[in-house]
Every structure is written in structure tokens, then in C-alpha cells.
Design a protein around this ligand. Structure first.
Ligand code: TLP
Length: 345
């Protein structure tokens, strides 16, 4: 049975070109900043994002957490969206590493605007109120169905936060998907942010790795923290080689994943009991409510799995399916066929 894995775009396997590049990669010791392939990847990332410098890190989580560490002070608060990855899926790392608390805000479809953010910021509050030190945004927003923040709204949040002396970090794990959806360069999306983390290992298809981009002094500090966290990776050029291919070649094919996600959402919307508005699917993530089917997400996950389709529930009501380059259009149609068997029309 062919397995259709829609659990995440993290499941993508490296392409043949990536594997070849990995085999042939020129390497050195990256802790000495002597791995030519890692250095090249970092230079290219900085160039593409039009930032001063970049750092290759083992994971998106480490990238986000290093930025939170560098942009906050202990005993302060981070304002972010309620469903964001930094808040929900990073093991409370910001509490452990940065001694900060979170002030989550509910966005509309995951989207925050300045009014929502400003109402959560503690700026000129009395001394005994926990002060805000950082705002983070997530674009595209994973658990809000891959929704996208328009650049003017993100820019307003950044500009206003900066006017209060607050930095803004972007969790851009899927910022290349955002760029496709907005038809804008990632550099334009990244411009107003102090730091950006993006992942090579999601839709871009690299086996391992994420990047932080920002100012040179910031990246130098980030390198210290990467080492402290055990992320000094020595001959990491074998990974960076795949990352370079992901960075150069994958962005242009992401639109196929978006078309597949749209098709999937449209098909699911026709099934009785499934609630999803395909119009809201802007990138490669499809989140749908199955509560009216009478099934729990645990039950549907098991049923789909028994027919070769892997997907995850994100709670008892909602399932998430993520498209990526190892899933083609036929597999989407097969997924819909399988779903129809369990959910009456
Ligand atoms: N997301 C994973 C899970 O952890 C939920 C997934 O399957 O989508 N920011 C965002 C927005 C993410 O979606 C993720 C991973 C990360 C950061 C962390 O990246 P990694 O997994 O490399 O630490």
C-alpha cells in the first residue's frame, strides 16, 4: 500500500540532487567557522533575505529560542498569537532558557494586527506590572491553517513596536510559502523584523536545518548561544549542501503544494460533517473541523492510517493535513477518496 504522508511538510525526503550534493560537499569545522559549505549557505541566506548575516542552526525551535533569548530580558513578557509555535510547541523553552512569560493574544484566523498587539503590550505600566520585551509573529501561521499576514499589517506592527523600543521576531518557518501566497520576495516580508527564523527542512525539503537572519552583531551573539545549546555541528557542510539546494531550487515549486492544498480543502468541504472554508486556505496547510461527523480526530486518524493516509489531529475536533513535494495531485485525490469512505456525503 502506498503511504500518503500528510502529517507535515517536515516529512519530505531529500531529493536526489540534495543527496548528491551532500555526498560531494566540501566540509570543514564549522565551530571554527571553517566549513565552506555552511559559510556559503549563510552568505546566500543573508543575501536572499537582504540582512547583514545568517546562521545555520539544527532546528527551527533552536533558531526561535536563540532569538527569544537575545531579544528579551529575564522577568519580562513576550506578546504572541495564542496558537503560535513558540508558545505551544517548543517545550516551554523560553521559560527555561530566557526566563520570560508569554502574553498570548487571539488573532482572527491567527492574524494579529497592531490594535490587538498593542492592547497586550505593557509599556508604560506601573513598575509592578510585568513589562513586554518582545513581540513575535508567525508567518505563515501553522496552526491557524497556514494563514498569511499581509506585509503592510506586519510592517505596522513592527514599526509601532519599534517606536516603543520593542524588537519584533518573525517565526518564518514557512516564509517561502508566505512569499508565494503574497507574491512578494522573502526580503520584503523580512524587512521590518529584527530577526527572522526560517526552516530549510519543511516545504523546502532539506533533511535538517533552519536559519536565523539579522544584523551582524546579533548573528555573532546567536552563534555563541548556538554553541551553548549544543548546536555547534562541526562538518555540517554535508547538511548545508542540501540546504543550499533547498534554498535555491525549492521555493519555485511551492505553488504546487498550495494548489494541492486548495484542491484537498475543496474536496473535504463537500463531505458532510467536515467544516472548512477552502477560500481561507492560502498556503500548504489544511485544518478542518470534523466534530459534526461523529468521529473524534483520534478515530479518523486511525481510520485514515489503516488505508494508507497519515494525518494528525491537532485537538479532538480538528485535523491538519500538510501538502509537500512528496505528495502529488493523484495522492490528494486518493486521500479524498479514502476520506469519503469514513465520512458520509
Ligand atoms: N512545526 C512542526 C511541529 O512542531 C508542529 C510541524 O509539523 O508543523 N515554527 C513553526 C511555525 C513550525 O511549524 C515549526 C515546526 C517550528 C517553528 C519548529 O521547527 P523544528 O521542528 O525544526 O524545530
Amino acid at each position: 500500500m502506498e503511504i500518503i504522508d500528510l502529517r507535515s511538510d517536515t516529512v519530505t525526503k531529500p531529493t536526489l540532487a540534495m543527496r548528491r550534493a551532500m555526498a560531494e560537499a566540501e566540509v570543514g569545522d564549522d565551530v571554527y567557522i571553517e566549513d565552506p559549505t555552511v559559510n556559503r549557505l549563510q552568505e546566500r541566506a543573508a543575501e536572499i533575505f537582504e540582512k547583514e548575516a545568517a546562521l545555520f542552526v539544527p532546528s527551527g525551535t533552536m533558531g526561535n529560542q536563540i532569538c527569544v533569548k537575545l531579544l528579551t530580558r529575564p522577568g519580562t513578557e513576550v506578546v504572541l498569537e495564542e496558537r503560535s509555535h513558540i508558545f505551544n510547541y517548543e517545550m516551554g523553552a523560553s521559560a527555561v532558557l530566557s526566563s520570560v512569560t508569554f502574553r498570548p493574544v487571539r488573532g482572527e484566523d491567527g492574524l494579529l494586527n497592531w490594535k490587538m498587539v498593542s492592547s497586550a503590550i505593557h509599556h508604560q505600566a506601573p513598575y509592578y506590572v510585568t513589562k513586554t520585551s518582545l513581540v513575535t509573529l508567525e508567518n505563515s501561521h501553522n496552526m491557524a491553517g497556514g494563514s498569511v499576514i499581509p506585509t503592510n499589517i506586519a510592517k505596522e506592527i513592527c514599526d509601532e513596536a519599534h517606536a516603543l523600543g520593542l524588537p519584533v521576531h518573525l517565526d518564518g518557518a514557512r516564509v517561502f510559502n508566505t512569499a508565494i501566497a503574497l507574491n512578494e520576495a522573502v526580503a520584503v516580508i523580512a524587512r521590518p523584523f529584527d530577526s527572522v527564523m526560517f526552516c530549510l527542512s519543511k516545504g523546502l525539503g532539506a533533511p535538517v536545518g533552519s536559519m536565523i537572519v539579522g544584523r551582524k552583531d546579533f548573528i555573532n551573539e546567536a552563534r555563541n548561544w548556538r554553541k551553548l545549546l549544543g548546536g555547534g555541528m562541526r562538518q555540517a557542510g554535508v547538511l548545508a549542501a542540501a540546504g543550499l539546494i533547498a534554498l535555491e531550487e525549492s521555493p519555485e515549486v511551492l505553488s504546487e503544494d498550495h494548489a494541492n492544498a486548495k484542491r484537498l480543502a475543496e474536496g473535504l468541504a463537500e463531505l458532510r460533517g467536515i467544516k472548512i472554508d477552502p477560500e481561507r486556505v492560502q498556503t500548504n496547510i489544511v485544518i478542518f473541523d470534523i466534530s459534526a461527523t461523529g468521529l473524534t480526530t483520534l478515530q479518523l486518524t486511525a481510520e485514515l492510517k489503516s488505508r494508507g493516509v497519515l494525518a494528525n489531529g491537532i485537538n479532538l475536533r480538528e485535523m491538519r493535513m500538510v501538502t509537500h513535494y512528496d505528495v502529488d495531485r493523484e495522492m490528494i485525490d486518493q486521500t479524498l477518496k479514502v476520506a469519503k469512505e469514513f465520512v458520509s456525503k
